[in-house]
Design a protein around this ligand. Structure first.
Ligand code: OOG
Ligand code: MG
Length: 256
């Protein structure tokens, strides 16, 4: 086996085990391509689906300058969400599920219909029927939350858990709405939905292009996370809320 074939073989198992044993691992050795990194991501998701998890949607990463600067990368990436990682709005989540979790404010879109990735006329924006404030808990499986772009793609874009607030009809323009992230009532990050690619709705065609390229299904009811509008903050014991002007709020409580 070549070194890359060998890596494609062991990396999914190691990253998957890192997640469910909550033990950080070393970053991947250099030499893989972006397509290799997505192959590793797909193999991790296949293992999880094999254990009974179901796909719940897709997430974009690094759609804001704040996130790119925080993590030192500069390319939009995509990761996959599963049902077991969705926390009910206002719910508790045990910190024992994570290695070194962080939380960030997101905008979520809901898909109304299945998307045919082979249809060149597919229009994701026209196929969403609702939008909501959301929170994403990210948790790199790599030591010290350090990674290259390819490492983080392989690690399913650090996806760990997500919370979606009450859905609103997607008719209104959510292009430049204030975003506030609070921990136990204190504001820790303030931003605007405009930080997400200039307008969060731009996440939808960007996501469709990536879903096509990497063969990621988009089905009715799936949630699309457009990417964080601000930097992420550590997620510990306490109540975290995201407030988006005119859209509402979502919350999650970290418990020991
Ligand atoms: C990768 C995930 C990035 C976002 O919203 O930009 C992301 C990370 O920061 O570890 O989810
Ligand atoms: Mg995110």
């Amino acid at each position: 086996m070549t070194a890359i074939a060998d890596l494609l073989d062991w990396a999914p198992e190691r990253l998957d085990a890192a997640q469910h044993t909550t033990t950080a691992i070393e970053q991947l050795p250099p030499g893989i391509s972006a397509d290799d990194a997505y192959t590793i991501q797909h193999a991790i998701i296949a293992r999880r689906l094999g254990r009974g998890e179901r796909l719940a949607g897709l997430k974009l990463g690094f759609t804001s300058k704040a996130k790119m600067a925080q993590m030192g990368v500069s390319d939009v990436i995509v990761g996959q969400l599963t049902d077991v990682t969705r926390i009910p709005d206002g719910g508790d989540v045990s910190l024992g599920r994570f290695i070194h979790p962080r939380v960030e404010p997101e905008i979520a879109y809901r898909l109304a219909v299945d998307i045919d990735l082979d249809d060149p006329a597919a229009d994701l924006a026209a196929c969403t029927d609702a939008v909501a404030p959301a929170l994403e808990i990210i948790d790199s499986r790599y030591r010290d939350f350090q990674f290259s772009l390819l490492d983080v793609i392989a690690d399913n874009a650090s996806a760990a858990a997500f919370v979606v607030g009450p859905w609103q009809p997607s008719g209104a323009d959510f292009g430049n709405r204030g975003v506030r992230l609070t921990v136990d009532g204190a504001a820790v990050e303030i931003g605007s939905t405009a930080a997400i690619l200039g307008h969060p709705a731009r996440a939808l065609p960007a996501l469709l292009a990536m879903a096509r390229r990497h063969g990621m299904p988009l089905r009715a009811g799936h949630v699309i996370l457009a990417g964080a509008a601000t930097a992420a903050v550590p997620f510990g014991a306490g109540m975290v809320e995201v407030h988006v002007a005119g859209l509402g709020m979502a919350s999650v409580r970290g418990v020991q």
